[in-house]
Design a protein around this ligand. Structure first.
Ligand SMILES: Cc1cc2nc3c(=O)[nH]c(=O)nc-3n(C[C@H](O)[C@H](O)[C@H](O)COP(=O)(O)OP(=O)(O)OC[C@H]3O[C@@H](n4cnc5c(N)ncnc54)[C@H](O)[C@@H]3O)c2cc1C
Length: 372
């Protein structure tokens, strides 16, 4: 084992690291506690022949040519531009908020050149802390109270089970607002869905003669018995340190799949339900994959405190706790024997491309220090 690298977790962070290390002529063993590779972007074909994402819908989007080139080495991507509708006051309106959303909600007919001033007026009439102190402040300072109440307030309460005023302003940084009529959810330069699925993509990244994979194996069952040259850890940050500084909170989802005898269930891949029902959104995968079938499988997402650790919870307590753990991480990484990378190991709200980018960078630095 001494001349091996151990990679903990076969999600995108682990797979990317394993591949780069293997291509640098190192022997890599990947251990994964689940029965499959792919991490949270794992997908499979259900009994109706429809591809579904077991842990929630995943759309690949990036502005990084390096990341796009990396994933395109392993699979083709299907052209797909993600569109989301929000069900508010009994109708579907485009989300993120754009000119058409504003016209629908306020019953006005304004040109795209008037949207900025319209929103400024809304903001002027609203109360919020400036500079923003929390999630509510960030959103209200961009769109005003009325749109905040309709689209963000209850969605956030459902999603996080927290008052939006308790959440860090960082959570809202992910919410784009459009002054024009562009109704795409993401505006990144490169977007798509792996033509043969995410699991296939990750399997291809891991398909290298110097990589061995062990599934159904928890790292903590073997960590006292092995001494690898390097451990790339992509699991939960707090767990690695036996939660000495306290537990880091994660938000999870209860995911309910339903199949209907109809070609399509809804007009686009994702519909958000900020105010009605207990689910936050419904996903219909066929819109993303382009599969044709007389049946369709959709996914209802119910946020939950229990279950797989999906989302980091950016409260002040968690952020402070994270800092303490990251000090320990720095020391371990300095020794050259560990790399911590990925959504769980860095306790960061990473998208898939950011995880790949971080993995390429961190492993690249490690390799450079090793030879340099
Ligand atoms: C519902 C949902 C929707 C999302 N949608 C998008 C999207 O549309 N676009 C986008 O870019 N990103 C999206 N993401 C984010 C995306 O899933 C992550 O950025 C990415 O999958 C993280 O990869 P990772 O390798 O860091 O972590 P993970 O995918 O969580 O992989 C970590 C792996 O490590 C394993 N592991 C953990 N601990 C151990 C251990 N002790 N021993 C062995 N194995 C262990 C886990 O089982 C897991 O397989 C979404 C996330 C969620 C939850």
């Amino acid at each position: 084992m001494q001349d091996h690298v151990l990679v903990v977790g076969a999600g995108l962070a682990g797979a990317t690291a394993a591949r780069i290390l293997a291509e640098s002529n190192l022997r890599v063993i990947v251990v994964e506690r689940r029965k499959h590779v792919g991490g949270n972007c794992y997908d499979y074909t259900d009994e109706n022949g429809i591809t579904v994402h077991l842990y929630g819908p995943h759309i690949f989007h990036t502005n990084s040519r390096e990341v796009w080139n990396f994933v395109n080495r392993f699979c083709e991507f299907r052209y797909y531009q993600h569109r989301v509708l929000s069900f508010v006051e009994g109708r579907f309106v485009p989300f993120p908020i754009n000119r058409d959303t504003i016209c629908e909600v306020f019953g006005v007919n304004i040109g795209v050149e008037e949207v900025e001033d319209f929103l400024k007026d809304e903001v002027r009439r609203s109360n919020f802390n400036d500079p923003p102190k929390n999630f509510r402040d960030v959103v209200v300072s961009q769109v005003g109270e009325r749109l905040y109440e309709l689209f963000f307030k209850n969605y956030t309460i459902k999603q996080w089970n927290r008052d939006p005023e308790e959440l860090s302003p960082d959570v809202a940084k992910r919410i784009p607002v459009r002054y024009g009529r562009d109704d795409r959810y993401f505006s990144d330069r490169y977007q798509g869905i792996p033509a043969r699925g995410y699991t296939h993509l990750v399997e291809r990244i891991l398909d290298h003669p110097k990589i061995s994979i062990v599934t159904n194996m928890d790292y903590f069952e073997l960590r006292d018995h092995v001494k690898p040259k390097l451990t790339v850890y992509t699991g939960e940050l707090d767990r690695f340190f036996d939660c000495v500084y306290g537990k880091l909170e994660y938000r999870s989802l209860r995911l309910v799949f339903k199949t209907y005898d109809m070609e399509y269930y809804q007009p686009v891949a994702v519909v958000n339900y900020p105010n009605d029902y207990d689910w936050t959104r419904i996903t219909e995968f066929k819109h993303m994959t382009g599969e044709r079938s007389s049946r369709t499988t959709v996914l209802f997402e119910y946020p939950s405190a229990e279950g797989e650790p999906f989302y980091v919870v950016l409260t002040r307590d968690n952020i402070e706790r994270r800092e303490k753990y990251m000090e320990e991480v720095k020391k371990l990484e300095k020794s050259g024997e560990y790399i911590f990378v990925g959504r769980l190991a860095e306790y960061l709200y990473y998208n898939m491309d950011q995880v790949i980018e971080a993995s390429i960078r961190k492993v690249g630095e490690w390799l450079k220090n090793r030879t340099g």
